[in-house]
Design a protein around this ligand. Structure first.
Ligand code: KIV
Length: 270
């Protein structure tokens, strides 16, 4: 009889309980092999709608569809045992009504096996978050620079400077009161992110925010140096895998052209 080791997956309440404890480690992933690499080290793996820009060459996240999120969500699910899987709700899949949001969030959960969804918006999405949470759909909120709103913001600008700080504080309080289990704070001044973190009862997950947040998230292809079209200030590169890939492909091309590859150990005897 074989004994298989059952690893307990983290749940949204586990992540909520990490408020004020050890920082919560989050990264995005879009494929099974990447999810397998991340699982041991991350608390949360997000299938972000950044997949559109990072993996599909789209100019923004606005063209990402529910089907794309399902496909990548399924792939990431297969690579995870321990980390909490969260899948982004793409633009146009939740803003119309709480009912529309429920239908599409339930579809994402059913198809991908994710335990939670993420959606963008503060005060104006609080009713929808409450509706979803009351019906068994854990929600991670996302406020500050919400990339799906890039056209309204006039670019990927820092949010919450000056008088806009109060709006962001209100957004954070609204999503926490609505029952979100965590909230992403993107591209907000560090002091404000720290204030908000202290003022709310749920974990704040920073990206371009502050080390004082309850956790951090980055797009994995950014921090590995795979996606190099542009580099936001908040990205720290922990590796240069794009350069390594280029070097490896160049070496392969040279060896094919000089017939140095394949060598005898790569071929078969008759
Ligand atoms: O889409 C995404 O990857 C995200 C994270 C960067 C927070 O929303």
């Amino acid at each position: 009889m074989s004994v298989s080791r059952q690893i307990k997956a983290l749940t949204p309440p586990d992540i909520a309980a990490q408020k004020g404890q050890a920082p919560i480690v989050c990264l995005t992933a879009y494929t099974t092999p990447m999810a397998q690499q991340l699982d041991e080290h991350c608390d949360v793996v997000l299938v972000g709608d950044s997949v559109g820009m990072v993996m599909h060459g789209l100019p923004s996240t606005l063209e990402v569809t529910l089907d794309m999120m399902v496909m990548h969500g399924k792939a990431v699910r297969r690579g995870l045992q321990k980390a909490l899987l969260v899948v982004d709700m793409p633009f146009g899949s939740y803003e119309e009504s709480p009912q529309q949001a429920f239908k599409n969030a339930a579809h994402l959960m059913r198809e991908t096996g994710c335990a939670a969804v993420k959606l963008e918006g503060g005060v104006h999405m609080a009713g929808t978050i409450e509706f979803l949470v009351a019906r068994g759909i854990p929600v991670m909120a996302h406020i500050g620079l919400t990339p799906q709103g890039v056209n309204g913001f006039g670019g990927y600008k820092v949010q919450g400077r000056g008088a806009a700080a109060d709006k962001l504080r209100a957004d954070a309080k609204a999503v926490a009161a609505a029952g979100a289990f965590a909230v992403v704070l993107e591209k907000v001044p560090a002091e404000l992110a720290e204030d908000i973190t202290k003022a709310i009862s749920i974990p704040s997950i920073g990206i371009g925010a502050s080390a004082a947040c309850d956790g951090q998230i980055l797009v994995v292809d950014d921090m590995l140096g795979i996606f190099t079209q542009f580099k936001p200030k908040f990205v720290k590169r922990y590796a240069q895998l794009g350069e390594l890939t280029g070097d490896a492909v160049k070496a392969y091309a040279e060896e094919v052209r000089t017939r140095a590859f394949p060598e005898p150990q790569h071929t078969f005897k008759s």
